[in-house]
Write a protein that binds this ligand. Structure first.
Ligand SMILES: *Cc1c(COP(=O)(O)O)cnc(C)c1O
Length: 462
């Protein structure tokens, strides 16, 4: 019998490795199948000469594989990008009240769709619709998984096989593949574009109305602004035109805020209340943008129209789960106290931090970051502008402070080193995500409220 040169005889068989006490302990902790797979994979790698084949090296490789396999895929990160409602980083952080509600409801049974007074089946939306009506002044409300779903459900319920009139200036694409024309097609509606990109007049809408028209839609152009020679028809006038023809007038607000942002020193953003008072029949908006809650999509407005949405079987496919509803209810309750809402909703608190407050945070982190980065890097404090994010008001910037990392000596050759530095920050136990601009790495500290965990990991891994 010849010995296969590719398979060194001293490599132990799988069952032997599984009997090693340290490996048996891994199997006890994480389950046998995972560990068996890891051992097989490591031994295969040894056979291919990709891993050293001593017992110690095999053990180390097996435990490394298991550790990375069982580590949570979704991790907490430091959002130091300067974009507060960052879609890729999960948008709004939730207030403790919402986290508490989700934790409580997650653990067991709840009256999600059960009327405790009558013992009969209840309505899951009922836990939030009262709050939505109170906070927006709407007659009725419903809620689905996100605002894209809210728009899709609205269009499909009210305008399937019919025409929806939209201004060409509002045929928006929002990051993450929300394109109004595509949503429209999937909702089964025909898009009837009117006007031009920069100018749309009342007569453009009026001339488009015909027997197949189902509704008039206005979409908030969240992530861009058309400037210069422009014209759009105000909501009150459009609402009047729609009413004259017996058509619903729907406004997709996108972000939507339940509080007057100018009172907080932030740029003005229309509220559902204002939009309804200007004559909108339905208004849709997101839960996890400026509202500062969980991912959800709200539709508020006329009772008869909301009823049509509720009766659509699509609503069943888009319904929120009990955790979202628990969090949303808790967040909406915080809006009942407008005086304190800005401090209690983390998204609003972060958006309203002053440059001075952020600078104090930067001052505390500068030196530890310098030590961690090493002498190859210069770390200083610079003025930057944060963004709200999530498509809201990209042209309105919030004065902030960042730590700037520049390669000693500067120059334009530092691109790769800069990428490596950014990767090192992302590889920390609690990854740090900044942004690269002008051959520097910027860490905008607007979203860092508690520096302790950041400082601890910089000190431990420098
Ligand atoms: C963000 C946005 C949407 C999509 O909302 P999601 O909650 O992300 O699904 C739709 N319309 C407008 C105008 C938006 O700004």
């Amino acid at each position: 019998m010849s010995i296969d040169p590719a398979s060194p005889p001293r490599l132990p068989p799988v069952h032997r490795v599984l009997d090693w006490p340290a490996v048996a302990a891994l199997a006890e902790a994480h389950g046998r199948p995972l560990v068996v797979d890891a051992v097989r994979a490591v031994l295969d790698a040894c056979r291919r000469g990709e891993e050293p084949d001593t017992d110690t090296a095999i053990l180390e490789a097996v435990s490394r594989r298991i550790t990375s396999l069982v580590a949570p895929g979704q991790k907490t990160v430091f959002n130091l990008t300067g974009t507060v409602l960052h879609t890729n980083l999960g948008r709004a952080p939730l207030p403790p009240e919402a986290i508490e509600a989700m934790t409580r409801i997650a653990a067991g049974a709840s009256n999600l769709e059960y009327d405790l007074a009558t013992g009969k089946r209840g309505e899951r939306d009922s836990h939030v619709t009262g709050w939505l009506q109170r906070l927006t002044g709407a007659e009725a409300a419903t809620v689905v998984n996100n605002n894209a779903a809210a728009v899709l459900l609205t269009l499909n319920s009210l305008a399937a096989r019919k025409e929806v009139i939209v201004s060409r200036g509002e045929l928006i694409e929002i990051g993450g593949a929300f394109r109004l024309p595509d949503i429209m097609a999937r909702a089964g509606c025909r898009l009837r574009e009117v006007g031009t990109t920069n100018r749309t007049h009342l007569r453009d809408y009026a001339e488009a109305i015909g027997p197949r028209t189902a509704l008039i839609l206005k979409a908030h152009t969240s992530n861009y602004r058309i400037e210069g020679f422009t014209a759009e028809v105000d909501e009150r006038t459009l609402a009047g035109l729609a009413a004259k023809h017996g058509l619903p007038f729907v406004v997709d607000l996108g972000s939507g805020t339940l509080t007057d942002l100018t009172r907080l020193g932030l740029p003005a953003e229309p509220t559902p209340t204002e939009t309804l008072s200007r004559g909108a029949d339905l208004v849709t908006f997101s839960g996890d943008k400026l509202l500062g809650g969980p991912q959800a999509g709200m539709v508020v407005g006329r009772t008869d129209l909301i009823e049509r949405l509720r009766r659509n079987p699509m609503k069943r496919a888009m319904r929120c789960d009990k955790l979202t509803l628990a969090a949303l209810e808790a967040v909406l309750r915080l809006y009942a106290d407008p005086e304190r809402v800005c401090q209690r909703i983390p998204a609003l608190r972060l958006l309203t931090r002053s440059r001075e407050q952020i600078a104090a945070m930067a001052a505390r982190c500068r030196q530890p970051l310098q030590q961690w980065a090493g002498t190859e890097w210069d770390v200083d404090m610079v003025d930057v502008d944060s963004q709200i994010g999530s498509g809201s008001l990209p042209v309105d910037l919030l004065p902030s402070k960042a730590l700037r990392l520049r390669r000693q000596g500067g120059g334009r050759t530092g691109g790769q080193a800069l990428n490596r530095l950014a990767a090192r920050l992302r590889a920390l136990p609690m990854p740090v995500v900044g942004r690269i601009a002008d051959d520097t790495l910027l860490l905008d500290l607007r979203c860092l409220e508690d520096p302790a965990p950041l400082l601890a990991q910089l000190n431990n891994s420098g």
